[in-house]
Design a protein around this ligand. Structure first.
Ligand code: SF4
Length: 348
């Protein structure tokens, strides 16, 4: 299959030329995909194109969308989680998180994930494969169609480790920016952190995108190496101090501050001593900490930290001069944790 989604205007014009069509046919496809964000994603339905051109594209294996809708859950706060199936019959999840002014799409970058974070349903299943840029972008169209409004912000915090799919990640970011018209600054790439890849991310971003202005969010979740390895076993390959050094280099290279995600787990990482340790680790460079409330999942022993611990932790970081905010937990009531909907459907 060859997806038209993810192709820019020049590439679509060239496809049209290759079929003996005028270049404006390429622009018609571009408008149909990106500007009208048409609900119908079948080439047959691009009715501005001549029938024989549509047929040739189809016969040659072109598609607009390769994903199919499988299931949806809607939380009381309006958050939706979609389960989509791929052409090779795998399942991926994406989430639409609405507020009055924003619609944030939380996207998956892989089918499954090899990182094995102990708090995550996706990590329990291992990695099946990485997603193509077109499959990443298609999730945006599904969310927009379900929610009947345009996505304004993107977070790569769904299934998978984005830095293990760096080429397709950056190709999708290019299209999100140029074709979906979402600014780089409204895109967040979240990673557990892979040795050498933080540096590679900024280098490749400058090569492919000409800049590196999206937000890098590190899923830190601990204030020391021992606790981090307990929560994220794959962290044994990358010392926490080395992550911080690489992040400092990233700030120097890009001029962008780094976010640190910190999942508050009862009795594991939520004490004041951890807040002090984290402050010492992070002091002295441009960063921001997001504290996150944990959504409990089946067969995982971790519990959500109390609100009292969470607030004390936040206050201590702030008192120590570390910029910090508390991320509101959204869609809590329905399979909101990463990979949970997919796991529930599989279990059935
Ligand atoms: S939290 Fe993210 S990186 Fe960790 S296992 Fe789950 S999907 Fe993978």
């Amino acid at each position: 299959m060859k997806s038209l989604l993810g192709s820019n205007i020049k590439e679509l014009e060239n496809i049209a030329l290759n079929y003996g069509q005028a270049t404006f046919r390429g622009r018609q496809i571009y408008n149909w995909i990106y500007n009208y964000r048409n609900k119908n994603k079948n080439i047959d339905q691009i009715d501005v194109l001549p029938l024989d051109f549509r047929k040739k594209l189809k016969d040659d294996g072109y598609t607009v969308s390769e994903l199919n809708f499988k299931q949806k859950t809607l939380a009381s706060d309006g958050t939706i989680k979609l389960l989509l199936s791929t052409a090779d019959n795998e399942s991926i999840e994406c989430v639409g998180i609405p507020t009055e002014k924003r619609l944030t799409a939380c996207l998956s970058s892989q089918v499954g994930c090899p990182m094995d974070c102990k708090f995550c349903a996706t990590g329990k299943e291992g990695l099946k494969r990485s997603l193509k840029a077109s499959e990443i972008l298609d999730q945006i169209l599904f969310i927009e169609n379900e929610m009947n409004r345009k996505v304004t912000n993107i977070v790569f915090m769904g299934m998978g480790e984005p830095l293990l799919n760096i080429d397709d990640l950056l190709l999708s970011i290019r299209s999100i920016n140029e074709d979906f018209k979402i600014s780089h600054r409204k895109i967040t790439v979240s990673t557990v952190a892979i040795p050498k890849m933080i540096n590679k991310l900024s280098l490749k971003s400058f090569q492919i995108l000409g800049k590196c202005q999206f937000t890098l969010a590190i899923s830190l979740h601990a204030s020391n190496q021992k606790t981090r390895e307990m929560i994220i076993p794959s962290a044994r390959n990358y010392e926490i101090e080395n992550i911080i050094q690489d992040c400092k280099q990233y700030v120097r290279d890009t001029g962008r501050r780094v976010s640190f995600e910190y999942l508050m787990l009862n009795g594991v990482n939520d004490k004041l001593e951890h807040a002090n340790e984290l402050s010492n680790l992070l002091k002295g460079f441009q960063c921001h900490v997001n504290l996150i409330q944990y959504n409990k999942i089946d067969k995982v022993e971790f519990q959500r930290a109390s609100l009292k611990n969470l607030q004390s932790f936040q206050y201590r970081l702030s008192h120590n001069g570390i910029p910090v905010s508390l991320r509101k937990s959204r869609g809590l009531d329905k399979n909101a944790a990463c990979g949970q909907l997919r796991q529930n459907v599989k279990n059935k």
